[in-house]
Design a protein around this ligand. Structure first.
Ligand code: 5AD
Ligand code: SF4
Length: 439
């Protein structure tokens, strides 16, 4: 028997890339590749890249620099670049980095095994008409009780700063039947929590029985799968939060009380320049409606500071919005000009101004996150155990509100959902005591 070939995958960026990396590993698994955690052992190295900000895409080239020595020592080693930098730069990567053999865009992953077999230096960044998901093997090789499920890809919103509509293409929703089938199989493999993924997930509009289904209908149907205890979805656009989806937050117990709803800025002037197509006031009203449906929902957001033309007053409006909402978590970024996007044509702000604003915004968010966590102390939460903790006899999992919770529980098993009383809040997690095993 010949020894299995080894695949090392490095994933940069978002959860969609995490999901895609798993699917690529599964597709190559069907061709005899087993994954390795040690790059030195690999026959094939895949870098699944992110293009969202300049720093993210630069990481690719610094990693390729390091891989050069490895390839010099092992000439048989193949190196592939996947993901959004592959899509955006294509052939340019082969020119800039002679060490690279394959460049494969996110819509061509099902063709990766054939590309590897063919050999030579190849680029495939087509957006083929056929659905890549129908050509990928069924899911296997799952780890743990939580899984991602891509329901929608691409984005038609064209926010002025964002490369996603160019790298991931137009919005495409996967058909309902295939998603239900994939979800049932995940549950049969022991998955209890599924996070539905899409660049614009709440714009989901997949073909289903009786016509086109929105995300709320899909969520309600998924909630009917016995053994699927928790459902989450990310990332959403405020303008696609329809009444049915808001109502589902109050009606579907499996839908967890956490919503990532990026607003980016609190200034109407900047929101307009960003092409977000809503005002700060509209966002605040939306938050009110969501909270009316599910009062304990934890809200998180993304923010960009230092967008071209952002004045101090604009920035203060963002801080005002943050104070008005009270976020449980948030990601914040300094604006990064991306080639080909409309905002990249405009003059950037001085770096010191953007840096100072980012620090101020992050301090406010951190304070809100700590307050949200502190408010959990004394409360009862459910926790889905994902792995053993660092201390002996300790388990770690996520609460309904997506807080990491550490629990001393020597009998705890991965995949178990337990009831826990929160005892303390640390900077990025909670600690609690077991109340009962919920099942
Ligand atoms: N510069 C900085 N942040 C960006 N994001 C998207 N594009 C850029 C950019 N050019 C942020 C947005 C988005 C998150 C995924 O990344 O906040 O919601
Ligand atoms: Fe990018 Fe999100 Fe805007 Fe789409 S909605 S363009 S993915 S920031």
């Amino acid at each position: 028997m010949t020894e299995a070939k080894k695949l090392f995958v490095k994933t940069y960026g978002c959860q969609m890339n995490v999901y895609d990396s798993e699917r690529m590993a599964e597709a190559l698994g069907a061709k005899g590749y087993v994954t390795t955690e040690t790059v030195e052992d690999a026959d094939l190295v895949l870098l699944n890249t992110c293009h969202i900000r300049e720093k993210a895409s630069e990481k690719l080239y610094s990693d390729l620099g390091r891989l050069r020595a490895l390839k010099a020592a092992r000439p048989g080693l193949k190196i592939g670049v996947a993901g959004c930098v592959a899509q955006a730069e294509g052939e340019e990567i082969l020119r800039r980095a002679p060490v690279v053999d394959l460049v494969v865009g996110p819509q061509a992953y099902h063709r990766l095994p054939a590309m590897v077999e063919a050999g030579g230096r190849i680029v495939d960044t087509e957006f083929p008409v056929e659905d890549k998901f129908s050509h990928l093997p069924e899911r296997r090789a799952l780890r743990g009780p939580t899984a991602f499920l891509t329901v929608q890809e691409g984005c038609d919103k064209f926010c002025a700063f964002c490369v996603v509509p160019y790298t991931r293409g137009a919005e495409v929703s996967r058909p309902v039947a295939r998603l239900l089938d994939e979800a049932r199989k995940l549950v049969a493999q022991g998955v209890r929590e599924i996070t539905l993924l899409g660049q614009n997930v709440n714009a989901y509009h997949g073909e289903g029985p009786g016509g086109t289904w929105g995300l709320a209908r899909l969520v309600r149907e998924l909630a009917g799968i016995a053994g699927l205890d928790r459902i989450r979805y990310t990332t959403s656009h405020p303008n696609d939060m329809d009444d049915d989806l808001i109502a589902a937050h109050g009606e579907v117990p499996q839908l967890m009380p956490y919503l990532h709803l990026p607003v980016q800025s609190g200034s109407d002037r900047i929101l307009k320049a960003m092409n977000r197509k809503h005002t700060a006031e509209q966002y605040l009203r939306l938050v009110e409606r969501i909270r009316a449906a599910r009062p304990d929902i934890l809200l998180s957001s993304d923010f960009i500071v230092g967008f071209p033309g952002e004045t101090d007053a604009d920035f203060q409006a963002t801080l005002d919005l943050i104070r008005a909402v009270g976020f449980g978590a948030a990601f914040s970024f300094k604006y990064s000009a991306r080639p080909g996007t409309p905002a990249a044509e405009k003059a950037p702000l001085p770096a010191e101004v953007a840096d100072a604003r980012l620090q101020e915004l992050q301090a406010l968010i951190t304070a809100q996150q700590q307050a949200t966590q502190a408010a959990m102390v004394g409360r009862e939460v459910t926790v889905l155990y994902e792995k053993p903790g660092r201390l002996p006899g300790q388990m770690v999992g996520k609460s309904d509100h997506l807080h990491a919770v550490h629990v001393p529980d020597p009998d705890g098993r991965i995949g178990e959902i337990v009831r826990v009383r929160v005892a303390a809040s640390a900077p990025n997690s909670l600690a609690g005591a077991l109340i009962s095993r919920a099942g």
